[in-house]
Every structure is written in C-alpha cells, then in structure tokens.
Design a protein around this ligand. Structure first.
Ligand code: SF4
Length: 298
C-alpha cells in the first residue's frame, strides 16, 4: 500500500457523492475561476495542469490495484477546461493502463463547454467522456451575478444543449440559500424554468454554508448579504422538487443539508414533499441553525 501514498493528490480532493465508486485521477489542481463569493473549496491553490508524466505515474500505481476499473473521475475543480487535444491524450493514456474503463467524468464550468465545438464534444463522448458535473448552483441571474459565478442562465441553457446534442450526460448542483434572505422562491422558480428545458440526470442539492475563507463570509458580517433562514431553505427546496417536470434524481443528502432528501422524479415527488413538510413540523429554526453552525467541513 506504500505506493498509494505516492499518488499526486494536492490539497483536499472533492468529488460528487455519485462518484464514490470511481477511480480518482488528478489531472489538474485548483480552479481557473477562483471568484465565486461563497466558495472556500480550493483555498489558495492556483490552477495548474498536472504534467502527463505525473498522470502516467499515478495510472501505473492505480493499474496495480484496480486493473478492472470501469469509471475514472478526473480530479480538480474544472478539468473540462483542458483543451480537446489534452483530453484526447488523457483518454488514450487512461486506456493504456486501464483498458476496461468505459466512461470518464469530471467537474466542468459552463465556460469550459463554450470553448469546445459540437464536433469535438461528439468525439469526446465517443472516447468515453460523459457524466460531467456542473456547479450551476442556480438558474437565477441576479444570484449568479452577485456571486460572481461568471455565467448566466441563458449561457447554461446554450452550453448544456450542446452537451445534449453530443450525447454527453451531465449533472447539476443546486445551492439553497444562495439567493439570500427572502429570495429563495424566486431562485427556485428561475432554476425550475431553466432546468426543465434541459436534461440533467442528477441534481445534487447543497445548502450555503460559509467558512471564513469565502469572500461572502465578510459580506455577511458587513451586512451586505443576509443569509436565508433554514426554514426558507427548506421551502426553496420544496419549490424546486414540486416544480421539476423532467425525469431527474435529486440528491440532497450531503453534510450541508440539515434535512437529507433523496429520490427520483417524478415517481418519488409526493414522498419527498411529504418528508420536507414533516421536517418543517419536526424541527424548529433554532435546531436547524445549530446544525449548520456545527458543520466544520463540507
Ligand atoms: S464554486 Fe467552483 S467555479 Fe466557483 S470558485 Fe469554487 S471551485 Fe471555482
């Protein structure tokens, strides 16, 4: 097991819950954007590409432990920013060492999709790139703008349609509380309108949880952003679950969700809404807020 310690992981490794069984391979470090006000995931790390020799050295080790791996998840905040040529090279390298790998996933920003042509996307799909996780957070333009996400609802729509046309499956993140106090319904409704036009297979729901490293932490202290109550966040999630008319799995069960919720729409909608209503009755604001204050790490 000594050689596992030689794997080139830098800083905290983040992956979506549904990639729990994927082989993790670092191909980038950090995020190219580093500007979302609520984000404290990558700290001071500057974006860099891993040298191919480093990736190959890791693959040699992984091949000894998981030679029959079927899925690889590329580590970093947005490896899909890599050029088409670099991604093709990585896919070839992965197949050299892990010939049974069928699909390759990773995080992507919307701007990373923009720089790829429809033909390149189709070719990437043929090479196994599918199941791309996109931190959309919301479809509400004022919130996207205030939080410096660097994208708009229209752009999310345009770029995800390109993924649809290329046959690349994609997953979204939705963040309750991100629009601030009093704006949860608006954010959920705008997101429902956007998401219902697209085909995310999974929507992973998280809830805004601030740490001192996030720029928004200071804005809260300065009174420039007022956090939504826990009750409002549950109502926001209710609006989202009630409004989504596409077949989609909603996964709101990670640490930032004070009330865990998991199900496939539309078949589980009634049960999920019932669970949210029950939670509203069973827990008061003080209890739910205490839960959030107790979160030490996402
Ligand atoms: S939320 Fe994602 S895109 Fe925004 S700064 Fe953090 S890692 Fe980068």
């Amino acid at each position: 097991m000594e050689d596992l310690e030689k794997l080139h992981f830098t800083g905290t490794v983040w992956r979506p819950p549904h990639e729990a069984h994927s082989v993790l391979l670092q191909v980038t470090v950090g995020c190219t954007h580093r500007a979302c006000k609520f984000c404290s995931l990558y700290g001071d790390l500057r974006f860099r590409m891993s040298p191919l020799e480093e990736v190959e050295a890791d693959l040699q080790i992984i091949a000894r432990y998981q030679p029959r791996a079927r899925r690889v998840f590329l580590v970093g905040a947005n490896p899909f920013v890599l050029s088409y040529g670099r991604l093709v090279r990585l896919a070839d390298l992965i197949r050299d060492y892990l010939p049974k790998v069928a699909t390759i996933g990773m995080f992507s920003r919307i701007s990373d999709i923009r720089q790829k042509t429809p033909e390149q996307l189709r070719d990437l799909r043929l090479r196994g790139f599918t199941g791309i996780s996109i931190g959309t957070e919301t479809g509400d333009d004022p919130t996207l703008h205030f939080m410096n996400k660097g994208t708009t609802a229209r752009e999310i729509d345009e770029q995800c349609r390109k993924l649809d046309e290329a046959g690349i499956e994609y997953y979204f993140t939705y963040m309750t509380g991100l629009a601030g106090a009093g704006n949860g319904h608006r954010a959920a409704r705008a997101s429902v309108e956007l998401f219902n036009r697209l085909h995310p297979y999974i929507i992973g729901v998280v809830s805004l949880t601030l740490f001192p490293e996030a720029p928004l932490w200071q804005e809260v202290r300065d009174g420039r952003f007022v956090e939504a109550s826990e009750g409002e966040r549950l109502e926001e999630l209710r609006t989202l679950v009630a409004g989504l008319q596409i077949p989609v799995t909603v996964m709101a069960h990670t640490v930032s969700n004070a009330v865990p919720l998991l199900g496939r729409l539309p078949e589980d909608r009634a049960r999920m809404l019932r669970e949210l209503d029950d939670a509203r009755r069973r827990f008061n604001e003080r209890e739910l807020a205490a839960y959030r204050r107790g979160i030490v790490h996402l």
